[in-house]
Design a binder for this molecule. Sequence first.
Ligand code: PEP
Ligand code: MN
Length: 333
Amino acid sequence: MIVILKQNHDPKQLDELRAWLEEQNVAIQANYGVHSTVLGLIGDTAAIDSDLIEALDIVETVKRVSEPYKKANRKFHPENSVIPVGVTTVGGLDFAVMAGPCSVENREQLCEVAHAVKAGGATILRGGAFKPRTSPYAFQGMRESGIDLLLEAKKQTGLPIVTEIMDISHLDAFADVDCIQVGARNMQNFELLKELGHCNTPILLKRGLSSTIQEWLMSAEYIMAGGNENVILCERGIRTFETATRNTLDLSAVPVIKELSHLPIIIDPSHATGISRYVKPLAIAAAAIGADGIMTEVHNNPAKAMCDGPQSLTPAQFAEMMREIQAIVAVRR
Ligand code: PEP
Ligand code: MN
């Protein structure tokens, strides 16, 4: 971290700042120029609040030269992380495909979709059991019994399962889940993230609706700092001024994350667009740009879906999309 001081600063206040910084266990390298004084802070500055320093009378500006996330940072872990999810992995050479309904609705629906996505080439079955809904009057999900049905579909198809947790008090119900999803709305639920850092299950961390990439990586850091380093990032579109799609897919997050972090990143074109006909082109773009996989919603009867029908693919549309994705993945290799 670099602290640039104002000209003609009060030397007494500088002494106080130096003493305070030394208490934070960082060494100070001071450079007294004719026009400005610059303090270089050496050591672990992750816990230092740069805004607090910037607010001081004697300080002109503060610049971070190293990122506040350490465990998620590629600098300290140059190799890509490969995250095991049941019998498969995310982040390796294979392209991960998480597919399934927005919500688990009943046995017939889930099992039909599970077999269909497996046949189409999915590697992981998704399905929401605990649903974060904008309206308290909307279908809230089957909760624990939805997870039981996912486990049944897993037994039938052999596909590992991913499903969303909304509250840590539900964790026991997730004991046999292969990957726990933290939804966009909970990306900065720091108490939830801390608790998930103490479990061994891989975490799929979706990007918050209005979160920067740095905030997203800091949320990954919360989980990793607790000891759980198996984190997969999911870009699912962010809020912008655009209304033609439900959200705006930030595809540039893929190369940016690849540069900053060793964690795998997948793309969710379903929640990004909210419109099923846009899912295939963006899924293809995700494969082409170097994402480690996708998450897409598939429903056996989208018109009757209890949640997110307009963005859900039919099994036939999913199979067609997969044929094109597999062609891109073959070229990537
Ligand atoms: C979901 O995957 O079902 C979901 C609710 O996604 P998001 O958190 O990205 O809105
Ligand atoms: Mn959904």
